[in-house]
Design a protein around this ligand. Sequence first.
Ligand code: TNX
Length: 531
Amino acid sequence: MTLPVIPAPATETSPDGTFVIRDDVAVVAQSAELIEVAARFVDDVQADAGFTLAGNPGITVMIDTAGLEEVAPVAGLRADGNEDADERYGLEVAGDGVRVWGATAEGVHRGLTTLRQLIAAHAHDGTAVLPATRIIDGPRFAWRGLSLDVVRTFHAPDEVRRVIDMLSLYKLNVLHLHLTDDQGWRVEVPSRPMLTEVGAKGAVGDRAGGYYTRDELAELVAYAAERFVTVVPEIDMPGHTTAVFSAYPELAPAELRSVDLGDGTSIPLNTFEPERPEIWAFVEDVLDAVIPQFPQSAYVHIGGDEAWGMPDEAHAAFVERAAALVRERGKRVVGWQEIARAAISSDEVVQYWLEPRQLESLDGDASSMVPSDLLPVLVEHMKKAAQDVPRAIAHGSRLIMSPTSRLYFDCPHAEPSSDPAQEELRQRVGLPFYTPVSIRGGIDWDPLEVTPEVTSDTQIAGVEAAIWCETITSQEDLEFMLLPRLPGAAEKAWSPNPTDWPDYATRLSHQSPTWRSREWTWFKSVEIDWK
Ligand code: TNX
């Protein structure tokens, strides 16, 4: 069997022997810059598996590049823009101890993350008998993320910290926060106080609203940075701006339009109008307030998606000017794939999400579920979407791969839970118009097989899952959809090798003891023989 590690390491050999971890095996940092990383590892192993790791030297961490060249250089773009980053690491378990090394503290942290998983998987009655191994590993893509919708349901800072812990355990390094949308505004802009006084109040339906204060965001960003996760802010525009219009009605179009969905909800067709100077004063105020709250991020996500009802020329003009304002402030631009319809440059990153197969379903079965007023809007949108990737490539932009059918974690779970008590949750959580996705469906694919135009890793910035929260009402719902899918997304983003399902299912089964210790909710798919 391969090691119980997700994402699967790039290379691994298994000599004979074992090393036994007990409470009294301590970690020794051979350079001062690794002390913090080593301390974090000790805390994490305590939380995952209960070992205290204090006593006699047994695990040594050091800055060293030995053997790292055995792993191909990473493809893609770093969310923090750090061009000297190196996440590769070596990990050796031998009879006389464990060694973890890398060229940087970040590399050593990734190696210690593999060790955390090995210890938790082998822990039994106060010891973990680790098989001897030599791993040389490094990521396939530099941008490995999760987009989290904190608007449709507001997730308090403690819940977000739990999500950051999950990202860190699977070597994911980007938390993309979807901070603004029709139902709410979640970030402080001191020059525009009504955004938080009024715009933050709501969420979907009668759920509580909320926003992150500057102090709370600073703590979250630091918590993430300590775990080598970069938080990237999204300010979604020119569509999805209803919360702005409720806070500042003078920014709204003269005539408000929407499509009634017949279930008490409606889809707004109102967007920012790029010909109005007061819109640009607003956008500048927002960027000036938001950018400094995310000091690690080299990027600002400007949304750009689903600008329903907006003429193409106006949408393109909006994206071009918003992108220029971001660049003027020293940041790079990410946007949903619709930004490829504007005159963007090769510096802009395009996030792919709309799959052509959804166009087929709109012509067929799903059309009966969509209100008749909305159908033509959606069909037109999907037809344009088919050109987004070729356009992005023609601009020389790189893509973040977020294909809906694989990486939208708000797709319902397809297979039953082995815990009958979870079946009610499974029926309720997930958007009913998406085809349900199984755990196996989440890993049986490769980023190069998603679109015909993307044929080389050099065209890809990275891989990002997304969780939208229309049907997610609580921390429990959120974790039920994130786990066990998140490790699968991490495997696609990190591992250069194809994933073999039976092998993956076994590796996944070994994750549950840690989830249980950390009191994380997970969907107990019948596909997996959970430990
Ligand atoms: C599309 S993905 C959206 C979101 C929804 C999501 C539901 C994207 C850029 N826009 O506004 O929440 O579908 O899966």
